[in-house]
Design a protein around this ligand. Structure first.
Ligand SMILES: [Zn+2]
Length: 386
């Protein structure tokens, strides 16, 4: 199936890179007059993409339109002449009610739909966010599901485990070698003493030699940028470099670039045994936030595992992601509670440096960089002061 023939699940999701896709509805009109019927040509493909029993979407649409349906040996018919747009609109309604997790809105409840014990409702357990929720039992179609529930998958293994096994199996040996090589070369090219644009271009030249796709590119960049001093002023000096790549090098895919930058950072800490940097994760995230690289909405989406589900990559590892999110708890709490007045002030002040004494001090400290004693003091950045 060509990509142009694919829609997001549901089709109202506008992100062109969304990972959940279904084929567009194809129909043919047959018969005339009172005998006119709409034949749904690709119902099995659509149902397969939605991971629901084949007849579900047809029965739902039939009920919504108040039209009889017929299922005859691989032929799926609805009485009347129904435009595809209308059918798609109803299909989206079906998806929102019985395919998406009510909590995280991802189509990850397949195989986890059950009739409640009192037989009056339908519930589901999400494979992605783990939420147990009730599905609409007031709609006509609910009684059909209660009588014909979809097969229940008793296997409790989360689907992410399969992905991890896949990673180990399929990340090509040569690609791994290239990643390692590039990660090792980047620190030698980063030079904070020369003009920042000049340096950005040198790093860009190096990375471009490898022709990596976006996920690997930003994974490699993070691994090359971070070092054991990721929490010192030296890291702050590298921020223009991060900004350059995320905003200039990724076109409209800034969020995907940032996501894989964070995947790279997680691996740097938890896969490459730099666990002592774990305590500075929140501090690094504050930096990215303060420099307008990471937004509140983006981080919330990461916490809800929406970003993780949006992109398919062999680099992503659920275990490491969990460790990373745990180490970012302080930052997450702050984001969840909304920026405090004081800290919001600090953010604005940074842009307006002349006004506050605090900032003058900070600036002085930066100027005295050569003074090694002061630099040592800077190493332990107090997160509250960022
Ligand atoms: Zn969910």
């Amino acid at each position: 199936m060509e990509t142009s023939d694919q829609l997001n699940i549901p089709s109202t999701v506008s992100d062109p890179h969304y990972r959940y896709k279904m084929p567009k509805i194809h129909t043919a009109i047959q018969g005339t007059g009172n005998g006119i019927k709409t034949k749904w040509l690709n119902l099995p493909e659509v149902s397969k993409a939605l991971k629901v029993p084949t007849e579900y979407p047809l029965k739902f649409i039939g009920r919504e339109l108040g039209s009889n349906i017929e299922i005859k040996a691989n032929s799926y018919l609805i009485n009347g002449n129904h435009p595809i747009d209308k059918m798609q609109e109803i299909l989206d309604k079906f998806i929102k009610k019985y395919v998406l997790c009510p909590k995280c809105k991802l189509p990850e409840i397949h195989g986890k739909i059950q009739v409640t014990k009192d037989k009056k409702g339908i519930k589901c357990k999400c494979r992605s966010c783990g939420a147990v929720s009730k599905l609409d039992s007031t709609h006509d179609f609910a009684s059909y599901i209660q009588k014909h529930p979809p097969p229940y998958d008793k296997d409790n293994t989360p689907s992410s485990n399969t992905n991890e096994k896949e990673v180990k199996k399929t990340l090509d040996k040569n690609v791994r070698k290239a990643i390692k090589e590039c990660c090792e070369k980047i620190p030698n090219v980063i030079n904070l003493d020369i003009d920042i644009n000049e340096n950005c271009n040198l790093v860009k030249k190096l990375i471009n030699e490898y022709n990596f796709p976006i996920d690997i590119k930003f994974y490699v960049l993070a691994n090359g940028i971070f070092d054991q001093n990721l929490y010192t002023k030296a890291f702050e000096k590298k921020i223009p470099l991060i900004k350059f790549f995320i905003f200039n090098e990724s076109d409209s895919k800034n969020e995907e670039a940032l996501f894989f930058f964070l995947v790279g950072m997680s691996d740097f800490i938890f896969a490459r045994k730099n666990e002592k940097c774990e305590q500075y994760v929140s501090s690094v995230l504050y930096y990215l936030y303060n420099y307008d690289i990471l937004s509140e909405d983006f981080w919330k989406s990461v916490l809800e595992k929406k970003e993780q589900n949006k992109y398919k990559s062999l680099l992503f590892n659920q275990d490491i992601n969990n460790k990373f999110l745990k180490s970012a708890e302080q930052f997450s709490e702050w984001i969840k509670n909304g920026p405090y007045e004081g800290e919001e002030e600090n953010k604005n002040d940074e842009k307006n440096e002349e006004n506050k004494e605090e900032n003058k001090e900070e600036k002085n400290e930066e100027n005295k960089e050569e003074n090694k004693e002061e630099k040592k003091e800077d190493e332990d950045i107090d997160i509250d002061n960022i």
